[in-house]
Design a protein around this ligand. Structure first.
Ligand code: FE2
Ligand code: FE2
Length: 239
């Protein structure tokens, strides 16, 4: 697939991949694009259009991963985007998935033990993912921002981050990615047919979308943010 460029119309992006809607919302871009191009909208919203294009192309095409381009952007810009994505999970995805799951549970007739197990699996997954996101919000991102500040001012790292290094602290993504795949797989392979088909499909569609968003998010953290921070660690007096 060809990747999107600055002179493409934003409406074209959405026709080509409507899953981009929440991604562009994180940049403050909302429906009603008229015939505006990416470059025009980015100028209006004061967004770095190269960063915007790197993110939407990464999200649209798994084979497109402009590591060299993305490495040019500041950690602050990346963290701002990642934080908005976390907020989207907390404020939209968790409630939406639960709403859809409850509808499936309420549609169940007869023995609903397997659906209850899926509910328990989901609740455990939510606790684990929340822990992961909170660790990033409360420790990893503040550390990176402090480190970037020191790089700029030539200062020394605050006491609370002494002996703290990104590679030992950025939490593992494999587990959170694997568990959401397992949840999908249990539904697809083992669900007893005593629920409403359409409600269950709607729930499953939400999980597919959530998984896709999470994998993309983790890829940006692992392949862009972490290597960038490792480079900065070498330049800042630390530990
Ligand atoms: Fe994250
Ligand atoms: Fe993460």
């Amino acid at each position: 697939m060809d990747h999107f460029k600055a002179d493409d119309k934003v409406a074209k992006l959405i026709h080509a991949n409507h899953y981009l809607l929440p991604v562009i919302n994180r940049f403050g871009i909302r429906l009603g694009f008229k015939d505006k191009t990416v470059a025009q909208v980015c100028t209006e919203k004061n967004i770095d259009s190269n960063f915007f294009l790197a993110i939407i192309n990464t999200y649209t095409n798994e084979d497109y991963f402009p590591e060299q381009d993305l490495l040019k952007f500041s950690p602050e810009l990346l963290i701002d985007y990642l934080r908005k994505t976390h907020r989207y999970y907390f404020e939209y995805f968790f409630p939406e998935v639960e709403h859809r799951l409850n509808k499936v549970l309420n549609s169940c007739q007869g023995n609903c033990g397997d659906l209850q197990l899926i509910n328990t699996f989901y609740q455990k997954y939510k606790v684990e993912l929340t822990k992961h996101l909170e660790e990033e919000e409360n420790r990893v991102f503040p550390y990176i921002l402090a480190l970037t500040g020191c790089l700029r001012t030539g200062g020394q790292m605050p006491e609370q981050f002494s002996n703290y290094y990104i590679q030992s602290r950025e939490p593992e993504h494999t587990m959170v990615d694997q568990k959401i795949y397992d949840l999908k797989n249990i539904l697809i392979k083992y669900l007893e047919a005593n629920y409403d088909d359409n409600l269950c499909n709607t729930f499953l569609f939400a999980i597919f979308q959530f998984e896709r968003d999470l994998v993309d998010h983790a890829r940006i953290e692992d392949k862009i943010l972490v290597p960038k921070v490792v480079e900065i660690e070498k330049m800042v007096r630390h530990g």
